[in-house]
Design a protein around this ligand. Structure first.
Ligand code: IPE
Ligand code: IPE
Ligand code: MG
Length: 237
């Protein structure tokens, strides 16, 4: 099962407590660790975390810098543990505008864990679903131009293979915290048949228990994928 999480509400969590928004992000980063740890026990095989969108650069410079500092901390503090826990880490998004040291750490973690067989953890940094489709379109067009691909070869499988998630199943469930009901440019292509869960808790309050009950609710749903599902042919995960 693949779960995508739009980790929202760090800023509001802090503001409500009279704290700086960055304190909320710090608490959010701590929450990531707990949720990642809980995945194998909860039957989650792939977890995609939306950490920073292509639109988040619009925030105040000190907030962006603070978030980058937290990524640095997360990457350096969790490298050994993620590898020990057999997690395979992949990054989604366009890494080019990120600072070279963050890029280096992302490459190290990706390479170190690439043959691991446990949880597949995707971290979406400078990710936008539309940007991903633009990059995929360019890559496909380049191949057509070079004669490596024929226009008639472009189909849904071909497009999926040129996305950052190539080789992975689409998310079965997308969770967004903090009560907002929108995707904010998350997995535009991949969400076609995802189930959605919008929970009231802000990301720093999204505990393992809340995660578990959200997953229980998901498992009680019937997914039809356009077909008519009867008791006899109910789709199973
Ligand atoms: C999510 O929390 C973290 C990022 C988008 C990086 P927000 O910072 O969006 O928190 P709110 O939505 O302002 O409360
Ligand atoms: C979405 O949250 C992006 C991430 C969680 C990384 P935002 O807080 O940036 O989304 P909007 O601006 O409320 O749509
Ligand atoms: Mg937000």
């Amino acid at each position: 099962m693949h779960v995508g999480i739009i980790m929202d509400g760090n800023g509001r969590w802090a503001t409500r407590r009279g704290l700086a928004r960055l304190i909320g992000h710090k608490r959010g980063a701590a929450q990531v660790k707990k949720i990642v740890k809980s995945c194998p026990e909860l039957g989650v095989e792939t977890l995609t975390l939306y950490a920073f969108s292509t639109e988040n650069w619009k925030r105040a410079a000190h907030e962006v810098e603070g978030l980058m500092k937290l990524f640095r901390g997360y990457l350096s503090n969790n490298l050994v543990e993620l590898h020990e826990k057999n997690v395979r880490v992949r990054f989604l998004g366009d890494p080019t505008p990120l600072s070279p040291d963050i890029l280096g750490m992302m490459q190290t973690l990706g390479n170190l864990t690439k043959n691991n067989t446990g949880l597949k953890l995707n971290v979406a940094i400078n990710y936008g679903g539309r940007d991903e489709l633009v990059r995929a379109t360019r890559a496909i067009a380049r191949k057509v131009e070079l004669g490596e691909l024929d226009i008639s070869d472009i189909n849904e499988t071909c497009i999926a293979e040129h996305l950052d998630t190539n080789g992975q199943d689409d998310p079965d469930l997308i969770i967004r915290t903090a009560g907002e009901m929108r995707l904010s440019n998350f997995m535009t292509w991949q969400c076609a048949y995802s189930e959605f869960a919008f929970v009231e808790e802000s990301w720093p309050d999204f505990t393992r228990e809340v995660f578990e009950s959200t997953l229980e609710n998901f498992h009680s749903r019937t997914r039809q994928f356009g077909a008519v599902v009867t008791a006899q042919n109910k789709f199973t995960e």
